[in-house]
Ligand binder design. Structure first.
Ligand SMILES: Cc1cc2nc3c(=O)[nH]c(=O)nc-3n(C[C@H](O)[C@H](O)[C@H](O)COP(=O)(O)OP(=O)(O)OC[C@H]3O[C@@H](n4cnc5c(N)ncnc54)[C@H](O)[C@@H]3O)c2cc1C
Length: 460
């Protein structure tokens, strides 16, 4: 059997290992003491919660299918069908029906939300009549959408969504990479509103399923289940430090462990790492790949999870949570009412109301780095301003994700193409992870499985 080393035991690397089950001897090297990367559970006041990703995209199948394949099919669950609102202008306001990543499809529905003043609403409605030549090159989300719908629509509708998903900013993120559906329409030319309405109508006709799904007990259960089902040798607490090419296109990895160093050799290597970590290992082998990887910026974020006593709470929030536009100057960028959203959590902790507030967008690294007590206090203060006094939490936990989310800046697709072309010159080496074709878990699973096939094929 051929042998493969997977470096990085996040969901991308584990999906790669799983893809190779039965066809290669796989060793996964994970620097931390447990697998999972940004997928992990922890406890707050004894209640198990997700500290990183909490949902799996269901509109593309890869993550949900993998969960089912590794034995979590019965645990897959839908979030409550409840609205997410936007906290702006001193009130929680509904997102307009039918929006696509915040981009409105129906000016009349938007008018009823109170999100935009009349002048900005008129600007949105006018999009339908603005000429639009086909988009021929990538640009920022803000550059394109502000030109179509006006800056205020970008500030109050699109930015909150981008902050929630990418921890990114509209003036930096690539339209093609961060909003591929909108970019595809823009490339055809013509106003977006009618095209979005047609797209929406087609989606409604196919009675689309829930956009995301969860895993009872926490989406953080997924990595361990994948690791076990992969049959791979999983070495945690083992951080790869160097990569060496051996004669016969074999690879040697040197790693540090808790009690020394370790050397592993194999026919192929999959780098399932954040871009900056992959860059370090590739530096001696491909300056081109290293340069491209180093140029992918990252945003740091923090998640403040708090449990309140239902009995003592002055009131209980409704809905699944709210998003916050950066233009309003608040610390918190999103709040998820976990106890409303996930029935499994309500059953597991019926006396508590658990929510999580997220902090930190690209360029705001100082915010998530603040001491725990500051972050918790800011979250409580802003929750009170948004909704009213919830009281004091009975337990709180801060999880920091330093350089946790890659930013798909303008030109991201070209950069990834260059990186992949450079890496392809190294036989038996493949790259996967959130840095390339999508930050969501489903996209990561897809890149992991593809990288595994590519590495194995190249290895002979
Ligand atoms: C707070 C937060 C919430 C999110 N919410 C969602 C969500 O709800 N839904 C969704 O679809 N996506 C979500 N995402 C995005 C998604 O979780 C991540 O993009 C995805 O999990 C990344 O997986 P990965 O395997 O590519 O990278 P990672 O999870 O970063 O895994 C890489 C692994 O490599 C290890 N490593 C690094 N260097 C070395 C080395 N030298 N040697 C060995 N190991 C090394 C790391 O320890 C890590 O375990 C969220 C992300 C964050 C940060």
């Amino acid at each position: 059997m051929r042998s493969v080393i997977v470096i990085g035991g996040g969901i991308s690397g584990l999906a790669a290992a799983w893809e190779l089950r039965g066809t290669a001897e796989v060793t996964v090297l994970e620097g931390r003491t447990r697998v999972g990367g940004k997928l992990r559970t922890g406890t707050v006041g004894g209640i198990t919660v997700d500290e990183g990703a909490e949902s799996l995209m269901a509109l593309r199948p890869e993550a949900v299918e993998l969960a089912a394949a590794v034995g979590l099919g019965d645990a897959l669950c839908d979030p409550a069908k409840a609205p997410v609102t936007i906290w702006t202008g001193g009130a929680l306001r509904p997102l307009p029906a039918g929006h696509v990543m915040g981009v409105p499809t129906d000016p009349a529905a938007l008018a009823g939300t109170g999100l935009l003043p009349p002048q900005a609403l008129a600007r949105v409605a006018a999009e339908e009549h603005l000429p639009a030549a086909p988009l021929t090159r990538d640009c920022s989300v803000a550059a394109y959408l502000a030109g179509r719908f006006g800056q205020e629509a970008v500030d109050r509708l699109v930015e909150p969504l981008l902050g929630g998903v990418y921890a990114g900013r509209a003036d930096r993120l690539s339209l093609r990479a961060a909003m591929p559906r909108i970019a595809a329409l823009a490339e055809r030319g013509g106003p977006l509103l009618p095209a979005l309405r047609r797209m929406r109508a087609a989606g409604a006709a196919t009675s689309a399923p829930a956009a995301v799904r969860g895993v009872a007990g926490g989406t953080g259960r997924l990595p361990q289940a994948v690791a076990e089902a992969s049959g791979a040798r999983i070495l945690t607490g083992t951080a790869a430090r160097s990569l060496e090419r051996l004669p016969g296109d074999r690879w040697r990895v040197r790693a540090v462990t808790g009690d020394g160093t370790l050397t592993v050799e194999a026919d192929a290597v999959v780098l399932a790492l954040p871009a900056f970590a992959a860059a370090e290992l590739l530096a001696p082998h491909s300056p081109m790949a290293e340069a491209g990887l180093t140029a992918i910026p990252y945003a740091s974020t923090a998640v403040v999870t708090m449990a309140f006593s239902r009995a003592r709470a002055a009131f209980l929030p409704e809905g699944n949570g709210f998003l916050v536009p950066p233009v309003d100057g608040h610390t918190v960028k999103a709040v998820s009412f976990l106890s409303n959203k996930w029935a499994w959590l309500r059953s597991a902790a019926p006396d508590a109301f658990v929510l999580r507030a997220s902090v930190g967008r690209f360029g705001e690294d100082d915010l998530p780095a603040r001491p725990d007590r500051h972050l918790i206090r800011s979250a409580i203060t802003e929750l009170r301003r948004a909704m009213g006094p919830l009281g004091e939490p009975v337990a709180a936990r801060v999880t920091r994700w330093d350089r946790g989310l890659p930013q798909y800046a303008v030109g991201h697709h070209d950069r990834v193409r260059d990186i992949r072309e450079a890496a392809a010159k190294l036989p038996g080496l493949a790259l996967c992870g959130a840095a390339y074709e999508g930050v969501g878990v489903a996209a990561c699973v897809a890149t992991g499985r593809a990288a595994a096939r590519q590495a194995l094929a190249a290895a002979g």
